[in-house]
Design a protein around this ligand. Structure first.
Ligand code: 13P
Length: 279
């Protein structure tokens, strides 16, 4: 099985950025941003994005970029609630997948995540699980409220399921935050002390860079970002079209869009280095 890149990240106190993508241009822009800071990166398909590309095309595109760049570029399936789709992605070339059983009763989450972990590992694929509820909307998973990850269950969940990483709910939310995000650093500290598997922070959009960097120094080794990339993409299209309505040079248009996405991803990448002087 491929070595878990999050273990190296945890040891060296950086985080791997995991970005939701829906187009090849986002993939290229994010790979460019990761290459600038020399960090590995995960390109993530939501369930609908995996179906939109087809799993094998998504994985092949990521692997093509991986071969062309001097950094590791990893294909990851995000928040999958469908075991069949998850296993299809694992068989068709994804390096890493996430099963999200966070909305099911604890024992069901343990059982299904554990069964999928065994199957993924036999295919050489890494798997992330989730415990607690992250407020907001991400693909099929929606919640108006957060339920923080219970430290009394986290160690047991990791041990029983055999997952390679755990997504935690510590005040992070999916989508744009209403008001200031308030990460529960005391809870994170407790979880870092208990959890043997690397920890993942979802809902990266809008968390202040200094908080992301602090969470990384405490032990977070993967940070997911989606909404802000989509927003940069959409704003880029509107801005370019507004100024160049008659210009049909597609490569100029795409180059502009890629630069907008690269700039946005690049701001997060700087935080993923985990340095103290990030604002
Ligand atoms: P944001 O869209 O809030 O950045 O969250 C993305 C995410 O966590 C995907 O799993």
């Amino acid at each position: 099985m491929r070595e878990n890149p999050l273990l190296k990240a945890r040891k060296e106190h950086y985080a791997i950025g995991a970005f939701n993508v829906n187009t090849f241009d986002e993939m290229v822009a994010i790979a460019d941003a990761a290459a600038q800071v020399k960090l590995p990166v995960m390109l993530m398909a939501s369930m609908s994005s995996a179906k939109f590309f087809t799993p094998s095309v998504f994985a092949d595109l990521v692997h093509t970029l991986d071969r062309s760049y001097p950094i590791d570029i990893i294909a990851h399936l995000d928040h999958c609630t469908d075991p069949e789709l998850l296993l299809t992605c694992a068989r068709e070339g994804f390096d890493s997948v996430m099963y999200d059983g966070s909305h099911t009763p604890y024992q069901d989450n343990v059982r299904v995540t554990g069964e999928l972990a065994a199957q993924c590992h036999s295919l050489g694929v890494l798997i992330e699980g989730e415990l607690g509820i992250i407020a907001g909307e991400e693909g099929p998973v929606k919640s108006k409220f957060s339920e923080f990850t219970d430290p009394d269950c986290a160690g047991d969940f990791i041990e029983k399921t055999g997952i390679d990483s755990l997504a935690v709910s510590i005040g992070n939310q999916h989508g744009f935050y209403k008001g200031e995000p308030k990460l529960q650093f005391e809870l994170l500290e407790e979880l870092c002390g208990i959890c043997t598997a690397p920890l993942v922070l979802h809902g990266g959009t809008g968390i202040p860079g200094s908080d992301i960097a602090r969470a990384i120094r405490m032990g977070i080794c993967k940070v997911n970002v989606g909404t802000e990339i989509r927003a940069a993409y959409a704003r880029g299209i509107l801005d370019y079209a507004g100024q160049h309505a008659d210009d049909a040079d597609v490569r100029k248009f795409v180059t502009y869009l890629r630069s907008r996405i690269q700039e946005t991803a690049g701001r997060y990448m700087e935080c993923f280095l985990g340095k103290e002087d990030i604002q």
